[in-house]
Design a protein around this ligand. Structure first.
Ligand code: 6GU
Length: 240
């Protein structure tokens, strides 16, 4: 999987992704990160990449030319036209099922805006997907791009080992993760639930599912409703 990131802050991307599991995945060759500095593609003699908005208004806009030329340079290295994800609060809200869809691609291009935005004409020309990470406003697309890359990367075969385990199955089934415990058996007079020390695997599975359901009902009633609807649908399918 190759992540190309069009940005004015390539070091922020390089640094932010260079830890823990992402770092190991890149070293192992399961993941390749290509931060592209949009400023490298400006034809302006003062290296300018932004200008005032036509019609007036606050702030500066990123100009079309450097963004387009940076994209074309990336596209030239791809075997087919890649999906280009523009990070914007106006986009569709990112979730686990979108992550699964993007994880099936061989290459992805993330376009990070800054200042007040990007000239609409280049967006029309190159963007295939507009994605937001939630209903709040950030100063730029770099953090959202890193959120998406982290989520997508852990779904790619060879990125997580057994030890880290792909526990996104919790969200796949619309359930949250069950509570977990490690040594010692007693801490501040609090005991580890006895079933987990029993060695009885069927009982442990049953307990964990019950806890997942209970937690989801308490913490995320919206998710719990989806879980109920889908398990009801599955049951009626089985009866047919
Ligand atoms: Cl993708 N970009 C910006 N600038 N702000 C956001 C966002 C994206 N998602 C939520 N807030």
């Amino acid at each position: 999987m190759v992540f190309h990131v069009l940005t004015l802050f390539p070091e922020m991307i390089r640094e932010g992704m260079n830890y823990s599991i992402m770092k190991r995945a890149m070293e192992a060759g399961a993941l390749h990160l290509n931060p592209v500095n949009i400023r490298d593609y400006t034809i302006d003699k003062h290296n300018k990449v932004d200008d005032y908005p036509y019609g007036g208004g606050a702030g500066m806009l990123m100009q079309a030319q450097p963004v387009y030329d940076a994209y074309k340079a990336v596209e030239a290295t791809c075997s087919k036209r890649p999906r280009v994800i523009f990070l914007t609060p106006q986009g569709k809200t990112f979730n686990q099922s979108m992550a699964r869809e993007f994880a099936a691609e061989e290459e992805l291009v993330f376009l990070c805006g800054h200042y007040e935005g990007i000239d609409e004409r280049v967006l029309e020309e190159i963007v295939t997907d507009e994605v937001s990470i939630g209903d709040y406003v950030l100063t730029g697309g770099e953090l959202p791009a890193m959120v998406m890359m982290d989520t997508i990367a852990r779904l790619i075969p060879g990125v997580l080992n057994n030890e880290d385990s792909a526990q996104d199955e919790s969200f796949a089934g619309n359930l949250l993760e069950y509570p977990q415990y490690t040594r010692p058996e007693v801490w501040m007079d609090k005991l580890v639930p006895a079933v987990l020390l029993s060695g009885h695997h069927a009982n442990i599975e049953k307990w964990r599912l019950e806890k997942s359901i209970e937690r989801t009902r308490n913490k995320r009633p919206d998710l719990y409703q989806k879980y109920e609807e889908e398990t009801a649908r599955d049951r009626s399918k089985k009866l047919k």
